[in-house]
Ligand binder design. Structure first.
Ligand code: IPM
Ligand code: MG
Length: 364
């Protein structure tokens, strides 16, 4: 019987719908060539959710996401909704989806395509051949810790506060993902914390060391986050897998993305035990929305990660990566990765070119 999968498609805001449209082209080609039926269930989230249903994560959209075999998300946010109360901001959709689907592990690979080694702001020899994986804890830490808020004290002065909290089971499960990920790569984990200052990340370090006992084939080292931020631009190739907390992972993965030439290149997978969501790590870039200049490659590569992690088809992921690599080798570039002598293309043409390169790579 031919496989059938339901994919919740959540385009979101800004360039989200544009890059998701290109990713859908990739799904269509795979569908026709592999005889695999993809039921695409589209739903509004973020600012689009707020406009459609008065909430960034309308209950219907959450239901669609939860019922799907996998979720593909574009991006959320925009100046139009920046003044809204916190709970109505587009970003709450993302955080809500992560929390409600228990997507505790966020995999953010930073891989330099050979053709783009010169596109990084760092020297070629520093980034050439780079392939690192940031494993970010996604539903704990300071993003979700209670108490949180802004209060006015008896002196009439306001106080803003958040709580950085990690429990042993939360640290243990993300550490296991990191060690298992490293086993399929180069067997090296660097755990990033601020154990010299923050008790919660002192516990993080202790638990990671305890879990490591189950993975004798993997080497483990530890770095304070300030040093890790520096090492990432000094000598990024020393890393294989970086495992870290929610907020440190947010920051370090943006930093790592620039090693690859552009944040427009980086896909991600957010995994839990029952659900999974795939999205580019870039945001909604409202300033370039609707102009056909956004880079769709991170979203297309996110579809690849979906096949690898949700559908157990690492081969499809390799075809997609191969197609992206071939288009880059042929000199096609969106504005964000443009360099002298290359051929500038828009969002749609980039998607078409990857689709055309993908087709002959598909083996049934
Ligand atoms: C990311 C984003 C989000 C985060 C925002 C939009 C809530 O920066 O996915 O990295 O901080 O996690
Ligand atoms: Mg971020």
């Amino acid at each position: 019987m031919n496989p059938e999968s339901t994919i919740a498609v959540l385009p979101g805001d800004g360039i989200g719908p544009e890059v998701v449209r290109e990713a859908k082209k990739i799904l269509q080609i795979l569908e026709s060539r592999l005889g695999w039926t993809f039921r695409l269930a589209e739903a509004p989230v973020g600012g689009a959710g707020f406009e459609a249903a008065g909430h960034p994560l309308p209950p219907e959209s959450l239901k669609t996401a939860k019922e799907a075999d996998a979720v593909l998300l574009g991006a959320v946010g925009g100046p139009k909704w920046d003044k809204l109360e916190f709970r109505f901001r587009p970003e709450r959709a993302l955080l809500g989806l992560r929390k409600e689907m228990e997507l505790f592990a966020n995999l953010r690979p930073a891989k330099v395509f050979p053709a783009l080694a010169g596109a990084s702001t760092l020297k070629l020899e520093v980034v050439e051949g780079l392939d690192i994986m940031v494993v970010r804890e996604l539903i704990g830490g300071i993003y979700f810790g209670e108490p949180r808020g802004v209060e006015t004290g008896p002196d009439g002065k306001r106080k803003g506060f958040n709580t950085l909290v990690y429990t042993e089971p939360e640290i243990e499960r993300i550490a296991r993902i990191a060690f298992e990920t490293a086993q399929k790569r180069n067997n090296k984990v660097t755990s990033v914390d601020k154990a010299n200052v923050l008790e919660s990340t002192g516990l993080w370090r202790e638990v990671v060391i305890e879990v490591h006992a189950d993975y004798p084939g993997v080497s483990l080292d530890h770095m304070y986050v300030d040093n890790a931020a520096m090492q990432l631009v000094r000598a990024p190739k020393q890393f294989d897998v970086i495992v870290t907390t929610n907020m440190f992972g947010d920051i370090l993965s943006d930093e790592a993305s620039m090693l690859t030439g552009s944040i427009g290149m980086l896909p991600s997978a957010s995994l839990g035990t029952r659900h999974a969501m795939y999205e580019p790590i870039h945001g909604s870039a409202p300033d370039i929305a609707g102009k056909d200049i956004a880079n769709p490659l991170a979203t297309i590569l996110s579809v690849g990660m979906m096949f690898k992690h949700s559908f157990n088809r690492g081969d499809v992921n390799e075809w997609i990566e191969g197609a992206v690599g071939a288009v880059l080798d042929a000199g096609y570039r969106t504005g964000d990765i443009m360099s002298k002598g290359m051929k500038r293309v828009g969002t749609v043409e980039m998607g078409d070119r990857v689709a055309a390169e993908l087709e002959p790579r598909i083996q049934c």
